[in-house]
Design a protein around this ligand. Structure first.
Ligand SMILES: *Cc1c(COP(=O)(O)O)cnc(C)c1O
Length: 387
């Protein structure tokens, strides 16, 4: 066989940091605050609905665009932001947000196109842009006024006559930043001026803290018709293994994304779809309690990390908090991350793996706080030994 067998455009993506870190965590029986998944279940009513669907015969292919009751529930849910979507033509159910993002990029961008990606970025973005054959152009967040902010000047400078789309994730993994109205207005202005498509990853839409507010880009003037709004049940309802996501967009954009999606998975999660419909209609109070509890967990872990000697960065949403490792005498958070499981028994993820500019981001380490309090406390106790 010809070597290497993997096509060049996918060669940078052969391994994920999560698999490597999780393997290391398991080997050293470390508390794993690397990968972001909760260690408790979602709402009982949602699990019950899934069980009923599973035993109620919902085990064959659901309709291509998704089960009608789920599309209707997604449309009702989206109304909370004041945007109406037609469940029949403007909503598509996908295999998680991950497939929605990949199918959007494959359907809407191609070789010769540039896609603007904000750095640090969720790891699937770079791979999905590469699968689409397009090129990513990276714009870094900057630390300003005590938060990770969008540098509007750099964003503007990144737009070329080949730019086709901007991929925007807010609330933002890994930094926990929630983009402000002013930042989103600047993105919207660029999209309108240069006729760009916006693809938004809003999987943490319900997980915002303090006085932060999630503002969907599609609600801004001129954006409804050019935005592919993507979300998912995984983070809102503690069911990251279900992979039920969705796309809300204009009929033209949804039809395009569906053209790609239907030949990636066609459909998925048949019996889980009615359960997520139930959750969107009835379990948002549960999600509000989750939000409150995650905010407490953020405070708990942040206080512990500060106590352990890290310089903790503020986080306004998501599952994650980032820390600067330099006060503890380390230069490179990745070196520390590789040592941590064996040295103290904790796993975390270096932020630089989510970037094209590792030098600029090498001092930051990401911890997940979507864990039971005893797990967070144990991690903190172990991390105190670093001093
Ligand atoms: C978890 C996560 C996803 C993946 O969502 P799925 O619905 O599990 O595919 C996408 N984007 C971000 C930023 C995430 O953190």
């Amino acid at each position: 066989m010809r070597e290497p067998v993997l096509v060049p455009r996918l060669q940078p993506f052969t391994s994920t940091i999560f698999a490597e870190m999780t393997a290391l965590a398991v080997r050293h029986e470390a508390v794993n605050l690397g990968q972001g998944f909760p260690d408790t279940d979602g709402p009982a009513g949602m699990l019950e609905a899934a069980k009923n669907a599973l035993f109620g015969g919902a085990n064959q292919y659901p309709p291509g665009p998704g089960r009608p009751e789920l599309r209707a529930a997604i449309a009702r849910h989206r109304l909370r932001y004041g945007t109406a979507y037609d469940p029949d033509t403007e909503i598509l159910v996908t295999a998680g947000a991950t497939e929605a993002i990949a199918a959007s990029l494959i359907a809407l961008t191609q070789a010769g196109d540039e896609v603007i990606v904000i750095e640090p970025y969720y790891d699937s973005y770079a791979a999905a842009v590469a699968m689409a054959g397009a090129e990513r152009r990276v714009v870094g967040l900057v630390e300003r006024d005590g938060r990770f902010a969008l540098d509007v000047e750099s964003l503007r400078a990144a737009v070329t006559d080949r730019t086709r789309a901007i991929l925007i994730n807010s609330p933002h993994n890994p930094t926990g930043t929630v983009f402000t109205r002013a930042e989103l207005e600047a993105v919207a202005a660029l999209c309108v001026t240069h006729d760009l498509i916006a693809i938004t990853d809003e999987v943490y839409e319900h997980l915002v803290f303090d006085d932060a507010e999630h503002l969907p880009l599609a609600t801004l003037p001129g954006m409804r018709e050019r935005t592919v709004s993507i979300s998912s049940a995984g983070k809102t309802f503690n069911c990251t293994g279900w992979k039920i996501g969705w796309v809300c967009a204009s009929p033209e954009l949804v039809a395009a994304v569906k053209a790609a999606k239907q030949f990636i998975t066609f459909v998925s999660g048949g019996p889980l779809q009615p359960a997520v419909a139930h959750a969107l209609d009835h379990e948002l109070p549960w999600a509000e309690d989750l939000r409150t509890s995650l905010q407490d967990k953020r405070d708990r872990l942040a206080a512990g990390l500060a106590d352990a000697g890290f310089a903790v960065r503020p986080t306004a949403g998501t599952y994650f908090v980032c820390v600067d490792v330099r006060p503890l005498g380390f230069e490179d958070a990745a070196e520390l991350a590789w040592e941590l499981p064996e040295r103290v028994g904790v796993a975390a993820v270096p932020v630089k793996v989510f970037t094209d500019h590792p030098e600029e981001w090498k001092h930051l380490l990401r911890f997940a706080f979507c864990k039971r309090n005893e797990v967070i406390d144990e991690a903190v106790t172990r991390l105190r030994k670093l001093r």
